[in-house]
Design a protein around this ligand. Sequence first.
Ligand code: F6P
Length: 340
Amino acid sequence: MKKATLTRFLIDEQYNHQSVPADLRLLIEVVSRAIKAISINVGKGALAGLLGEHGSAGSGDASINVQGEAQKKLDVIANEILLEANEWGGHLAAMASEEMEGPHAIPHRYPKGEYLLLFDPLDGSSNIDVNVSVGTIFSVLKCPEGVTQPTEKDFLQPGNKQVCAGFAVFGPSTVLVLTLGNGVHAFTLDRELGSFVLTQENIRIPEETKEFAINMSNMRFWEPPMKRYIDELLAGKTGPRGKDFNMRWVASMVADVFRILARGGIFMYPRDTKDPGKAGRLRLMYEANPMAFIVEQAGGAASTGHERILDVQPTGLHQRIAVMLGSKNEVERVALYHQE
Ligand code: F6P
């Protein structure tokens, strides 16, 4: 049977399930086109002089983003591709990005729509220069009714209000994962045709797993429930869990979450005392929320250890949060340890 392209899939969803209004379909098409362009740039790497830091010729004077992190050239390019692609279609009220301090307004010369788009243009950017998978994460919210000039507070909606979320992994193949609140589907980029083709429908995360993902080098900074959980996993067959666990850590959330969608597992970036000013490493609005939506839609769970990620009321666009997501039984266990 001929496989459906993303366009065909969205049209089918629009007509068969009424789950995709025309403007949302346009939004997803535009974002997917931007992702193709980012994938091409990531693939060129050193050939196009795209590796390394932005604004620096090796002199250590790289530009610093709102997170206090040195921006890579590809971070800046990916951000510009997404902004430029989404400005003029009439589907958005505003955008927000990891790379920009405040919301990006739609220029007055273009029509405006009813959606808010948030993105991490290039997740895992410490992996760019070492040729390891990176990706793009995005989240879509409705602009509050009556708001024509959205400000930061209009974006501060809990993750359970997302109408769509997705991410792409630029790995050996480029894969786009998408949810519209009706299951999770994956599309692989056919590089010859230039189309995303549906390759996995209704992905389900197994409830049981023997694999975990965490940056173990932070162990001495973790809180006691986290230490307890990981100690038990490390104790293996002869410990309280009675089985051996394996560890994987790509250090690109997109690749780690994609592995969990593919074969199960638990991914954790807990709160720690390394930098007491930060309530976690990952950003709520454009990393934790879209990934939590996707993981829940695939039958998994996503928690801060204390509450469901999707129920957290955001207080800032770039707010950080503890993240534990993946196979349901493991996420529930680690959350229980936090409650005890
Ligand atoms: O910005 C987020 C991120 O790059 C994630 O993609 C990844 O999971 C994490 O940071 C890696 O953090 P660390 O440098 O501690 O391994």
